[in-house]
Design a protein around this ligand. Structure first.
Ligand code: OGA
Ligand code: NI
Length: 316
């Protein structure tokens, strides 16, 4: 196995104590359910919209096939992401930063544990903001099923997110790990944005989501996009749609790459439960906030199992 060196380290990656989680934070891989899986939705299916809204309410995670993005484009994108992590560590190090405001950045996540130590995650992430979508947004499907599933106007969610949504592309790299039971690629979290669209390496699993209190692994499906809802959709839908907890585990033999597009509100958009979803029986569960303020709080909670939307919860 070829050794890998993280950009912010001075020696090849090995399972040193600063990667080893306390016992109660380890992934317990033997308990991951193999019985359930998240839905796979064919966008050519006439029931696609109904299937999506059902998947949003029941799972918050699903995969889509026949999405219309050519296979070649997806392969090229994954190859570009893999190539980046093949660069020598010194070259990658030029991008390494802990400054969240940088538009282009390479970083590694960590988890603060009880005794105050920071445990490193077995991964490296490269991200950059995406240019405006103005010149191609008219090509995107107008009715994706999220709004109609809640009997809202077709473009209701999209309107609430404001024009010029924030878009960020992020590639995660998980090198092979000698003992996947001891560490994690990414600790459990929910995505802070509205919607995440992701591709993962073919044949190497690693992403796991919570379904009915159990961890389930997201299988690799050729040419599928994995879609998950983020915190902003949970708040906008007043809790009808959930931003599901997930994590990434490592693989003993193979490295894994995942490539995500995070789609979020305009930084100045005011986010709160959509008026049409509120009535006497369904009082608002969250107060309104500016998305930029949510982001600020998100970065303040770095290294913890973040509780950001919880701060904006209203007492019932
Ligand atoms: C993330 C994430 C999982 C993966 O980047 O937010 O959940 O499979 N990644 O890389
Ligand atoms: Ni995530």
């Amino acid at each position: 196995m070829r050794s890998f060196q993280l950009a912010n380290e001075s020696s090849p990656l090995s399972l040193t104590p600063d990667f080893i989680l306390p016992e109660d934070k380890r992934p317990q891989l033997s308990e991951v359910s193999t019985l359930t899986s998240i839905p796979i939705i064919d966008l050519n299916d006439s029931m696609a919209i109904q299937n999506i809204s059902q998947a949003c309410e029941e799972y918050g995670f699903f995969q889509i096939v026949n999405h219309g993005v050519p296979e070649e484009v997806c392969n090229k994108m994954m190859a570009a992401a893999s190539d980046f992590f093949e660069l020598a560590p010194e070259r990658r190090a030029q991008f390494f930063t802990r400054d969240h405001k940088k538009e282009v950045k390479l970083y590694s996540f960590y988890l603060k544990v009880e005794d105050g130590r920071k445990i490193n995650m077995w991964s490296e992430s490269f991200s950059h903001h995406w240019h405006s979508v103005d010149h191609f947004i008219h090509l995107l499907p107008e009715n994706f099923g999220l709004s109609t599933g809640l009997d809202l106007e077709e473009d209701c969610f999209q309107k609430m997110l404001g024009d010029k949504p924030t878009l960020k592309a992020q590639a995660n790299f998980y090198p092979p790990c000698p003992d996947p039971e001891l560490t994690l690629g990414l600790a459990v979290h929910t995505d802070l944005n509205a919607l995440t669209v992701r591709l993962q390496s073919e044949g190497v699993t690693g992403l796991q989501v919570i379904k009915d209190g159990k961890w389930v692994s997201v299988p690799t499906v050729p040419n599928a996009f994995i879609i998950n809802l983020g915190d902003q959709i949970q708040v906008l839908s007043n809790g009808r749609y959930r931003s599901v907890h997930h994590r990434a585990v490592t693989n003993k033999l193979h490295s894994r790459v995942s490539m995500a597009m995070f789609y979020g509100p305009n930084i100045d958009a005011v986010i709160g439960p959509i008026q049409d979803l509120i009535d006497e029986e369904h009082p608002p569960k969250y107060k309104n906030y500016r998305y930029g303020d949510f982001l600020q709080e998100f970065f303040k909670q770095e290294g913890t199992r973040r509780m950001v939307k919880e701060l904006f919860e209203l007492p019932n």
